[in-house]
Design a protein around this ligand. Structure first.
Ligand code: DAT
Ligand code: MG
Length: 150
């Protein structure tokens, strides 16, 4: 939908590798609207909630350790089909399977260091936004919107 919201997160490796600006630029340039943004060093408990569907996977402990190893950039982007298009912009879970031109396809090699997260459905997005932004998000009017969406 037109005002769909997705939760996009730059993982600790993306922050350490100074890719924050580049990743934000891709969403800005595509025409999405930034409605929430913060740098946060998350606790393992918080990350276990974020990834609760993956509890029980062999890689889960390593995933939590990696995600808790440094700050992440938590963001909410809004716009036409933001969830699905956000995932396309990220690339596949395994960077080696990600097309050139996607974030993971351009900047990553390893599934355990794949730089970014994007919600996989509208329902997950709403859950993740509530988990990462309990304080709420900013609504603002973009003067550019009529030039991006008819
Ligand atoms: P995605 O991040 O593309 O939504 P996911 O939700 O299935 O993928 O998994 C969450 C993260 O967990 C993923 O970005 C990297 C890690 N992960 C997934 N599968 C993995 C695997 N087989 N080995 C190591 N890490 C994995
Ligand atoms: Mg996922």
């Amino acid at each position: 939908s037109v005002n769909e919201r997705t939760y996009i997160m730059i993982k600790p490796d993306g922050v350490q590798r100074n890719l924050v600006g580049k990743i934000i630029a891709r969403f800005e340039e595509r025409g999405y609207k930034l409605i929430a943004l913060k740098l946060v060093h998350a606790t393992p408990e918080h990350l276990e909630k974020h990834y609760e569907d993956l509890k029980g996977k062999g890689f889960f402990p390593g995933l939590i350790k990696y995600m808790a190893s440094g700050p992440v950039v938590a963001m909410v982007w809004q716009g036409l089909d933001a969830v699905k298009t956000g995932r396309v912009m990220l690339g596949a879970t395994n960077p080696l399977a990600s097309p050139i031109g996607s974030i993971r396809g351009d900047y990553a090699l390893s599934v355990g260091r794949n730089i970014c997260h994007g919600s996989d459905s509208v329902e997950s997005a709403e859950k993740e936004i509530a988990l990462w932004f309990p304080e709420g998000i900013v609504q603002w009017t973009s003067e550019l919107e009529p030039w991006v969406l008819e």
